[in-house]
Design a protein around this ligand. Structure first.
Ligand code: HOZ
Length: 436
């Protein structure tokens, strides 16, 4: 990271936020960034490298948000930066096909077991909207079943009991969504196969698709219990519905082939985002050729975007996937994450603080509760005041967690022993000096 120039004035985040709030609604471009649930002013980033962000007040923080999971290689990875510098000289957008798009699609289809063909989009939200449209067009049915606390982007009909920022800000069912738009959205509790079966019992013939985060990351990390995903596959097959895995967070994060490869379950459609864009705006959805063919121009389901397949974003994605294919860092990442989480748990136990840490691979969430967190209900049983205090104590000592108790934290290949050591020191201090 660039050494701080003495002449560069450090900036006060409160002032920056005040100024931002004059022109940007709530001072941010995505509500979960606003610190509403943890209180205080969001930190403004100046630059970032590896596992660290340098913020405008002059401090350097260890980052566990990592652009909400997009940056598995760390900030400003040299290979990604080099490829982008080269790509940008060739122009930034054409609105015409490029070989790059084919290459990224080939990499995705080669990695994700259930995917034969893909459509590239500019965000995870668009990817999900496209996948749901394909499922509806393919089945000729309208209803979609989602799970409480799962977040699938900000499409109208999926902002129903939605996690992430929607839950963080207490608006899981958004204003501005006509009841008519969400009347085809059904909801069941996560990890509740009996509850899901009951919904199928009532609406089975009308359900186009079940959409699920196969490892939930938007109510905090919540892994699927044994049999849950298998049960969903079976229910979908029995009722002629499609199974959509929203792997926007988990795709290329937990394993190169996603959760579906980890657990050996094949969805009909998969949504991707974050990592496949290597830190640039990119999403994708895909599935079997026979299902995807309903999409225009082959079929009658329309989906489009001026910046879809943007050459700069696609370049970052290609390099990122190639690095991951080459290095397969998953086992190592999971090991480092486990060590970190064990350290946090130990620090909490030593002080008698009730903490449950859910971790899968390189994702983790620290829940301030004594309960096992297996669904939205148990996730929201946590002591949010304790989380707030813990959060700010960490921030003061140089550690940046996602600013919400309903989000995942992420490690990257750039997080090393020193980061772990510093983080655990900060955690111990935060827990010891807390008034929880
Ligand atoms: N999907 C992200 C949380 N899981 C939200 C990113 C953002 O709103 O900035």
């Amino acid at each position: 990271m660039k050494k701080k120039n003495k002449k560069e004035a450090t900036q006060n985040h409160a002032m920056l936020f005040k100024e931002a709030s004059r022109y940007l609604v709530g001072g941010v471009n995505s509500p979960v960034r606003s610190f509403r649930s943890v209180g205080g002013d969001p930190v403004f980033v100046k630059q970032a490298k590896g596992s660290k962000i340098q913020v405008e007040d002059g401090r350097t923080l260890i980052d566990y948000c990592m652009s909400w999971g997009a940056l598995i290689l760390g900030h400003a990875h040299p290979e990604v930066v080099k490829a982008l510098e080269r790509a940008i000289r060739n122009g930034t957008s054409y609105g015409m096909p490029t070989r790059l798009e084919t290459e990224l699609a080939r990499l995705i289809a080669g990695a994700i077991p259930s995917v034969e063909q893909v459509r590239l989009t500019s965000s995870g939200t668009e990817a999900v909207m496209g996948a749901v449209r394909v499922a509806r067009a393919h089945t000729g049915r309208d209803k979609v079943l989602k799970f409480e606390g799962c977040y699938h982007g900000s499409a109208d009909y999926l902002l129903v009991k939605a996690g992430s920022g929607a839950t963080t800000l207490g608006i899981p069912d958004s204003l501005g969504v006509p009841a008519d738009f969400s009347k085809h959205t059904l909801v069941a509790p996560y990890n509740d196969l009996a509850g899901t079966r009951a919904v199928f019992h009532k609406y089975g013939q009308e359900i186009a698709a079940v959409i699920v985060e196969p490892v939930a990351g938007n109510m905090g990390v919540v892994p699927p219990e044994p049999g849950f995903l298998e049960g969903l596959r079976k229910l979908c097959d029995e009722h002629g519905a499609l199974l959509i895995f929203d792997e926007v967070i988990t795709g290329f994060r937990l394993r190169y082939g996603g959760v579906q490869d980890l657990f050996g379950i094949r969805p009909d459609l998969t949504c991707l985002g974050k990592i496949i864009g290597g830190g640039m705006p990119l999403g994708a959805f895909g599935g079997r050729r026979e299902v995807m063919k309903v999409l225009a121009p082959l079929g009658g389901a329309y989906q489009a975007g001026t910046l879809s397949g943007n050459p700069i974003a696609v370049t970052a994605g290609i390099i990122t996937l190639k690095c991951l294919a080459r290095s397969r860092p998953y086992r190592k990442l999971a090991g480092v994450t486990k060590k970190l989480c064990e350290g946090i748990q130990k620090a909490a136990n030593a002080e008698g603080v009730k903490v449950r840490i859910n971790t899968v691979g390189s994702m983790f969430t620290v829940f301030f509760t004594g309960l096992k967190v297996r669904d939205y209900k148990t996730a929201s049983s946590q002591d949010s005041a304790a989380f707030r205090k813990f959060y700010h104590a960490l921030l003061q000592t140089g550690v940046y967690f996602a600013p919400s108790p309903y989000e995942a934290n992420f490690l990257s290949v750039a997080h090393g022993e020193k980061d772990l050591h510093r983080t655990l020191q900060a955690v111990r201090r935060a827990i010891q000096t807390r008034e929880m």
